[in-house]
Write a new protein. Structure first.
Length: 283
């Protein structure tokens, strides 16, 4: 019998085909996001420069009229109070710039080639979210170093805890951006949603002003970003007396729990929505 005829008689099995490696695919997409960020350095200016200007300008303008006392009568300057919110704003802006690439990838055809690959959808979602998370944390660390020079002094233990906490916050925000961008056909629509949803979400997180009673206090309690800002504020003063900053803030365990739940929900929604076809903006 001819050797080729014997091969033709034996059908190829699934095991004989190379098995896809979803973790490798996720890592490849993550690296692609990092390479894209390095080549688009203007994103660093947009995600880091604008929040820094907010911090300096609002700190100078609202500082004299700001009056907020923590426990034990400790007086807090507005720049000091505003600093954790600016760090979270950097994470939010970076998440926006990272996930807006989904719209660009769809236009260029790259997203379609990823979707038809024999890989689980969660690997694609994880790769995009991990890349955006790494970029966001790196930029937030740059601003934290600036804060360490002119603001609160924290040790290595507090810095390690902040890196872990900021990574979780960045992962959740990148997942939220993924969910919004996936159903968008234009970058203009994405920026519109950012203006009417994401920015108010940040403003009503206790980062811009405190709210201790009334409707605003209720909104702050149900806003997941509130616990991101509060958790970072606690970690910034890890080495300071806890009583001076604990007044009115959720406990650190609550901040970790709510942020972790927020990240899990966003990843699950991104995973689910990535299996759906898009027909237009928010349809």
């Amino acid at each position: 019998m001819h050797p080729l005829s014997s091969l033709a008689a034996e059908p190829l099995s699934i095991e004989s085909v190379a098995t896809p490696r979803p973790w490798l695919a996720a890592w490849t997409l993550c690296v692609r996001e990092l390479v894209r960020f390095v080549r688009q350095r203007n994103r660093l200016i947009g995600a880091l420069g604008q929040p820094a200007l907010f911090w300096l300008l609002f700190g100078a303008g609202l500082g004299p009229s700001f009056s907020w006392r923590a426990a034990e009568g400790t007086t807090v300057s507005y720049r000091e109070y505003f600093f954790p919110g600016v760090v979270v704003l950097i994470l939010l802006f970076t998440a926006i710039f990272a996930t807006i690439s989904i719209i660009e990838d769809r236009r260029e055809g790259f997203l379609q080639s990823v979707l038809v690959a024999p890989l689980p959808r969660w690997s694609m979602v994880l790769g995009k979210l991990a890349g955006g998370t790494l970029i966001a944390v790196l930029q937030a660390l740059l601003f934290l170093l600036l804060g360490w020079i002119i603001g609160p002094r924290f040790g290595f233990a507090a810095l390690a805890a902040m890196i872990a906490f900021l990574s979780l916050v960045a992962f959740a925000l990148t997942g939220l951006g993924f969910v919004i961008a996936w159903r968008m056909d234009s970058t203009q629509g994405f920026h519109a949603v950012m203006s009417v949803f994401l920015m108010p979400m940040w403003l009503l997180s206790g980062s811009f002003f405190p709210a201790e009673s009334g409707v605003l206090a209720l909104v702050l309690r149900i806003n997941p970003l509130t616990y991101a800002v509060a958790g970072l504020r606690r970690l910034l003063y890890w080495d300071a007396p806890p009583a001076s900053w604990a007044a009115g803030l959720p406990s650190m365990s609550v901040c970790w729990g709510v942020t972790l739940l927020f990240a899990i929900i966003m990843f699950a929604l991104a995973w689910k929505i990535s299996g759906q076809r898009t027909t237009g903006d928010l349809l």
